[in-house]
Design a protein around this ligand. Structure first.
Ligand SMILES: Cc1ncc(COP(=O)(O)O)c(C=O)c1O
Length: 386
């Protein structure tokens, strides 16, 4: 029997829209199947912070693949132990335990389960415009109605409060609250930067009510905002920290980091077959070394500071607001983002949206300054044209 040829549109959920096909990459450059070069300003959705094929990660994957690809979590593996210790070494000393999974949404699911179990409470307070993933628990914390409604009823006892409104948050976090879950900078919701006052109020409300504070740093983590972890900007340390995306240099991984005290209160079990597999841990170890060795958080801060004045100069008749930190920017237009993105793509720059009217820039932290400036210039041209 001859095999059927691959069909365009065979992937679930993507059949209606023709998409650019990317065949390979190098650094912040992505190449289409017909060889055209593009600059990645967000095409890897923040998971490609180290670029398309980070050499140290490639080497680590190659070596680990030839050594041991998979091992269940019932066994110790030297590379997993080394990765866990390396990650903890980059975090404040209160953090002592890590649950490893395969994606951002799983990192959030684990946090919700840990918080409910450890506190014996049902309620989760999340934020309007927040995004935490698409499996049912994470989706229950996600705000956007069109993402939630087709799948209702979702998990009960999730409520949403306004982002950057300390009073509303303080009123919502009570003695029934297990977890207050938020992004220190909201990403998918349009790039909104949490104020230090709001984040400090979040910590205080949790301490007062005996709830756990969870920061979803799936998008902001690992240097993106100009600090290795976005919570460092405010100094507010959560009880649960969720990481994924760029943590293993583009290899699927999720991590839920917590304290020994929280673990001691946890009842029940949580597990993942592939979570913490040696291949992802080897990639993660090489990725963490690269973030630190190449000072990529500092680089994000420096390139972000270059972007600020350029983006502030965009015409007010086209742009409602510009928000961002490090190499994470949202440009809220007065009109739809799609035509501007299409013009940028035709110009060789791949940016993404965050909702209908926000252009989002999430370039690899290794982007060459000339490509970054080129991207800002392409955006400026596309906004003027669109
Ligand atoms: C803040 C945040 N949390 C969770 C997720 C879900 O991550 P994943 O797509 O890996 O499940 C995302 C994805 O964009 C995210 O930005």
């Amino acid at each position: 029997m001859t095999e059927a040829p691959p069909r365009a549109g065979a992937e679930f959920g993507h059949a209606t829209r023709p998409r650019l096909s990317i065949a390979r990459g190098e650094g912040a450059h992505l190449y289409s199947a017909d060889g055209r070069r593009y600059v990645d300003l967000g095409a890897t959705h923040g998971a490609g912070s180290l670029g398309a094929v980070p050499p140290a990660v490639v080497r680590a994957i190659q070596e680990q693949a030839a050594t041991l690809i998979h091992l269940g979590s019932g066994y110790e593996s030297p590379v997993r132990t080394a990765f866990l210790e390396r990650l903890l070494g980059l975090l404040p000393p209160s953090f002592a335990r890590i649950f490893l999974s395969n994606s951002g949404t799983e990192a959030v699911e684990a946090a919700v389960k840990i918080a409910r179990s450890a506190t014996g409470r049902p309620k989760v307070v999340a934020t309007r415009r927040g995004f935490h993933g698409r499996t049912l628990g994470s989706l229950s914390a996600t705000w956007r109605k069109e993402l939630r409604e087709p799948f209702e009823p979702l998990v009960p006892e999730f409520v949403h409060v306004s982002y950057n409104d300390p009073a509303e948050l303080e009123a919502a976090v009570d003695e029934r609250t297990a977890l207050l879950l938020l992004e220190p900078v909201q990403g998918e919701g349009g790039v909104h930067v949490g104020t230090p006052e709001f984040l400090r109020a979040a910590r205080a409300a949790c301490d007062r009510a005996g709830a756990l504070l969870g920061f979803d740093e799936v998008q902001t983590g690992l240097g993106r905002t100009g600090r290795l972890f976005a919570f460092e900007h405010s100094g507010v340390v959560p009880d649960l920290l969720m990481l994924a995306k760029s943590l293993a240099g583009g290899v699927p991984i999720g991590a839920t980091v917590t304290t020994a005290e929280v673990e001691a209160r946890f009842r029940g079990s949580h597990h993942s077959t592939f979570g913490g597999n040696p291949l992802a841990c080897a990639a993660g170890l090489a990725a963490l070394d690269t973030f630190v060795r190449e000072h990529l958080a500092e680089r994000a801060a420096r390139l972000g500071a270059v972007a600020g004045p350029v983006l502030a100069g965009l015409p007010v008749e086209k742009v409602r607001e510009v928000r961002g930190l490090g190499l994470m920017w949202g440009i809220e237009l007065r009109d739809r983002a799609a035509p501007v993105l299409a013009t940028m793509e035709a110009d060789g720059y791949l940016a993404i949206n965050a909702g209908a009217t926000v252009i989002r820039l999430l370039p690899p932290l290794v982007v060459e300054e000339s490509d970054w400036l080129g991207g800002l210039a392409a955006l400026t041209r596309a906004v003027a044209h669109g």
